[in-house]
Each structure stands twice: as structure tokens, then as C-alpha cells.
Design a protein around this ligand. Sequence first.
Ligand code: FES
Ligand SMILES: [Fe+2]
Length: 384
Amino acid sequence: MAVTDEERDIIHQILELHAGETTHMLPEVMDNPVTKYTDPEQLRQEIDILFRNFPIVVAHVSELAEVGDFLTHDDTGVPILVTRADDGGVKAFLNVCRHRGARVENEPCGTARRFTCPYHSWTYDLEGQLRGMPQPVGFDTMDRSEHGLVQLPAFERFGLIWVVPSPQEQAVDIDAWLAPLKDQLDGLDLGGHVIFEKWALHKDMSWRLALEGFHESYHFCSAHRETACSNYLDNQSLWQNYRPHVRHSVPLPKILELRDTPEDDWTFRPNFMTQNYVFPANFVQVMTDHVYIHTIIPTGQGTCAFHCMMLVPETPENDKAARYWQANYDVVRVVFDEDFAIGEGIQKGFESGANEHFTFGTYECGLHFGQKAIDDALAGEITI
Ligand code: FES
Ligand SMILES: [Fe+2]
């Protein structure tokens, strides 16, 4: 596939920086106060704003392929029910009964035409409408149309299902929100991919520490010395700051072959891993032939959930293909475990008081951009 103008620019910049024996750098280091990781009030604001008012990825479209397919999602602290409704669209609701608040659906996923609350059997349809109840005479004076499940903004874009975990007064313009990433993500055809593996981990570390591991590649040849290090040019990343999203391009060594290749023959994807930060907590991590989707969610002070899907272009047709993807999966689990072990160690070190701030180096650009985006959103300067 031909490269886009932006991709050509990224390649040019990386080749120039490499030739000059330097890398993408910002003018100044950035001091980031450790309280941003440890202060309960900071976390409360992050949850109230970042994890209530912005979209997070909850599923791949294949998980809600047919009318009636549903799933539940709880790690944001909001009980969420997502359905494929009769009109074929995706809907999301608070998974909370409008009678007296019981959890309506308890299964993690399944297929249903109706959701029946276990407490007194009020029944809701795939659109969240209240459809019935036992002994309705006791609720004759209540307007049923006002007692449907509370709807959350939900969208299907780039083969992924996105939910804003809190009801919004204003309509959410998801296309404007995702516009900076549209060309790149459309080109991946993630909707045509299949899930090879999907997993969730609960870690004893601030969600921010898990997030930060994807914002820079400076750590690859230390933390991933035996795994990811040799796959990429050392500390040669380049970032596009789409504020609040960030495109982080990590070149493979073979990009250097493009120096001797006519521009018209350049390709992008075979030469890069791209870690797209989709604010506030999602990553679309594009490998040369498959894709990881991560969502990182705070579950408490110093704890987080890490949701990940490995998407591959097609169902493996034979054992050889299955073994190939399995080998990729096995490696990525090792790499992520290397990051998490360090993150949990950082978390334990907070109480030592050794650091009042962390120092983001001039070439850890993604950390600067990501932190500023969070700061700006908490200040109300970034809204959707
Ligand atoms: S709380 Fe759901 S039916 Fe009563
Ligand atoms: Fe890492």
C-alpha cells in the first residue's frame, strides 16, 4: 500500500535523524510530580473526568456480531451493558435496573432478546426499553417509557466498540474525536480481523505507569533486552502529537533500506510498530502484520486493569498459521510482563519518598504529550 503524506514525512524525519545520529527530541526535560501517581484526589479526578466522559474500547465488533449479542463491562467502576440491538446498531446502558437498582445482567457475555432483572423480574429489550414486569398493577401510575435502562454513548468505529461510561447531556461527535487517526485506522480493516486472544490482567500499579510503557521506546533495550530490543532501532521513535491523541512510530532496523529505495516504492507498515494512543486510555498498537488493542483502567489507588486483544487478519487456516500467531502472542505476553514487573516495582517504591518528581527526557516525547493531554483534560480544556 502506498504511503500517506504523513507516513512519508515520518520516514523522512527518521532517516534524517538517524543519519545525524540523533533522535526526535523536545527542547526541555519535563518534571512530573509523583503526586500525579499517588494523590487520591488526583485519581478521583481522573476517574470522574477521564473515565466518565471519554470513550474507551470495550470490544471488537466480532464479539457483538449478531442482533441480541451482549456483553457486560465493569472495570471502570460503572456497570455497563452493551448490546447489538434490533436495528443492527450497538447500544450501551447502565447495567442497573430502574425499579430498585439491581444489576440486570450478570453474565460477561451471551445472546438474549430480553434482559430480566433477577430481583423482581422487570424485563428490558435490546434497546433498553422496559417491556414488562410481574403483577404490573402495582406500577399502573408509573410511566414505563421513562423507566428504560439509562443509555450511554456507544459507537462502532474501526472495527471496535467504544463506550463513554457516563450518560452525556451533549451528543458525542465520535468522528470528530477520532478524526486524526481515521486514515490510518481505516486502512487497517480491523473490522475484518478476528480475535486471536483476548485477556485482562489486574496489576498492582497506577494505571498511568501501565500507560507510560507505551509512550516511549527508550526502555526497550533495557527492560526488553532479550525480547523487543533487537526488533527496533534503539530510541529512534517519532511522535505525532494530535492532542490529545498521539501517534508513536517505532521504526524497525530495516527502515534503513529505504535510504536506497525510490520514494514511490516506500511502504510504511512493514517498517514500523505504531503505538497509537487514543485518549485517555486506549492504544491501537499496529505491528507489521497484526494489531493489539489495549485499554488501561484504574481500579483503585495503585491498581489497574489491563484489557488486551490480539487481532489477526484472518482465522488461522492451518497449524502452521496458528503456531505463528501463537509465537507472537507468547512473546508479547513476555514483553508486557517485563513492563508490568517494572511498573509494580515503581508502585512499591512510591512510599519510599525517593522521588518528588519523575523526569521525562527530551526524547521521551510521548510522555510529555500524554501527560499534558491528561492535565488539559482535567483542567476542562479538552472535551469531547
Ligand atoms: S430491582 Fe430490578 S426488578 Fe426490582
Ligand atoms: Fe515496554
